[in-house]
Design a protein around this ligand. Structure first.
Ligand SMILES: Cc1ncc(COP(=O)(O)OP(=O)(O)O)c(N)n1
Ligand SMILES: Cc1nc(C(=O)O)sc1CCOP(=O)(O)O
Length: 521
């Protein structure tokens, strides 16, 4: 990497967004104090003279801080102020020409939207790529719509392969609609599938330029970026050792005991469906958690700092609930609170599919839980279908592969419920052989699995998400087995009440004795 080229938090300026009377150089100075590592002066409407004057003022600030100042589009302005380099787009001066004018010591960044553009830019000597457009942005008109973190990931993967082929290091940021709410998700989701290589950082305009305090905004972004780059949440899994059954079972018992014994009482926020809301609240209590059912967008900000985990269930989703889900997930991402998504009936209507697609694109999840039909719909498989909220079909030929691949694509733990439950974090995949057929005869048994996931994953978010998820699945299934054995259980009605009782009665000893967990890959 060129000396000084640290792309961790990249500020692209827009003086038209600056509060009246506040000089751009002052905003840049505050942003650098907050943690910005590189600045690009982007003045789309400035006359050359004004552009140069502003660049000289900003350069005093960046030089003092020892960070690079790049100029957007205008190689002549970069030369005039002896900036550290330029950032050029696909319609600007060709890279070779910019390089010829500026020489090898200057930084040249190039905007790319596609794998082909990325390959060309690298081959022609770009020092870094600005991969766009990540999300919708009001800052500029973009010809091609946003590609989301997964689209950015595929451009990044191709760029890295190109670099390997020609033996040149590749650096990149993504840009477009990036802010402190989505920063962690964007960085985790854009990591390469094969070997978990992260982007170098994130580029933002409005997230800093429109902030009341650029320093505070930059500081928050920087801490979110550090968290994402350093965290071993699911996406860094490829480098970790696969989890064996005996280690998993011990860890499950510990996680279960922490909650059951009251050592920790997670506050599990649910935005869930009207059919199961009461059962889920009771299941959460019985397992040792504390439920809060809060879906109004208005209260999400105030709730967020107290919540231990967030369970999103789209079973009876409405427009109002969707607004609440977005608000809650935004806040959850900001607080690094684990999110469970239960995409109930996602294969049934295009509406549900769209709701889930947008939630996953904008915030991602830590755990996705569904029945085989729901998982098939998310995965894009026709092996299983949906009828209402139920799965129909002969079952997946290779269910472990489906959960593993969906997990790798979405960068989260995937739980597929059924006669045998499958769980994967993309590296380790487990089958849980506990449970009882009566679970299929009451409404909400799957939703209560979502509740159990929320109850047990909060304490293990860093690195052991899969263990938390396994704990939830095992606990629910063992409670079902115990309930079904009871002489007072005559059918679904009595089972429903006994099921909650047995969640309450479940002990670590029973768990250790009866759990049937198998490692399948
Ligand atoms: C870091 C970074 N990435 C992309 C862009 C977009 O540049 P470009 O395509 O030249 O569009 P304009 O910025 O000129 O509107 C960027 N500026 N910075
Ligand atoms: C300057 C720019 N380039 C983009 C691209 O996709 O290449 S998107 C963009 C604007 C980014 O602004 P904000 O952070 O306010 O969304």
């Amino acid at each position: 990497m060129k000396q000084n080229l640290d792309l961790t938090l990249y500020l692209v300026t827009d003086s038209q967004m600056a509060p009246a009377g506040k000089p751009l150089a002052q905003i840049v100075d505050e942003a650098i104090q907050g943690g910005v590592t590189i600045v690009q002066l982007r003045e789309k409407t400035a006359e050359t003279g004004d552009f140069v004057r502003t660049a000289l003022e900003v350069k005093k600030v960046t030089s003092k801080a020892g960070i690079p100042l790049l100029i957007n589009d205008r190689v002549d302005v970069a030369q005039a102020v002896d900036a550290d380099g330029v950032h050029i787009g696909q319609d600007d001066l060709p890279i070779e020409e910019a390089r010829r004018i500026l020489g090898d010591n200057k930084i040249i960044g190039v905007s790319v939207q596609t794998a082909e553009e990325a390959e060309e830019a690298i081959v022609k000597g770009a020092d870094y790529l600005g991969i766009g457009t990540c999300y919708d942005t009001a800052t500029k008109y973009v010809k091609v719509g946003p590609q989301g973190p997964q689209g950015v990931r595929s451009v990044w993967e191709h760029a890295l392969k190109t670099g390997q082929r020609i033996n040149r290091p590749v650096h990149a940021v993504t840009i477009g609609g990036v802010n402190s709410y989505n920063a962690v998700h964007v960085l985790i989701c854009t990591r390469t599938l094969a070997d978990n290589v992260s982007l170098d950082g994130l580029a933002v305009v409005s997230a800093i330029m429109t902030a009341e305090s650029p320093k505070t905004a930059a500081k928050l972004l920087r801490s979110q970026i550090s968290f994402a780059l350093e965290s071993s949440w699911v996406a860094k899994q490829d480098n970790s050792k696969p989890l064996g059954v005996s280690r998993a079972c011990q860890a499950i018992a510990t996680v279960f005991d922490n909650v059951k014994s009251g050592k920790t009482t997670p506050l599990v926020q649910h935005i869930t469906n009207q059919v199961v809301i009461n059962d889920c609240a009771n299941a959460c209590l019985a397992l040792g958690g504390s439920p809060i059912m809060a879906s109004d967008p208005v209260e999400q900000h105030d709730l967020a700092s107290a919540v231990s985990s967030l369970v999103i269930n789209i079973g009876t989703v409405s427009d109002h609930q969707i607004a609440g889900m977005h608000a809650a997930m935004r806040e959850a991402r900001l607080h690094n609170t684990p999110i469970v998504i239960d995409p109930v009936g996602v294969g049934t209507t295009p509406f549900r599919k769209q709701v889930v697609k947008e939630l996953l694109r904008d915030y991602g999840a830590h755990v996705i839980k569904g029945n085989a039909g729901e998982i098939a719909a998310l995965f894009g498989s026709s092996e299983m279908q949906m009828r209402g909220v139920d799965a129909v079909g002969g079952g997946f030929k290779d269910p472990a592969k489906v959960v593993r691949e969906l997990s790798r694509r979405e960068r989260c733990v995937v739980v597929m419920t059924g006669k045998v439950d499958y769980l994967s974090d993309g590296v380790s995949t487990f089958a849980v052989h506990n449970g009882h057929s009566l679970q299929g005869h009451i409404t909400g048994s799957g939703c209560m699995v979502g509740t159990a996931l929320g109850t047990f994953i909060h304490q293990v978010a860093n690195g052991d998400l899969l263990v938390g998820a396994l704990t939830g699945v095992v606990a629910i299934n063992l409670a079902a087995e115990a309930a079904a054995l009871r002489s007072d259980v005559k059918g679904p009605g009595t089972f429903r009440a006994a099921f909650i009782d047995e969640m309450y009665n479940l002990t670590v000893d029973t768990l250790l004795k009866n759990m049937r967990v198998e490692r399948v890959k």
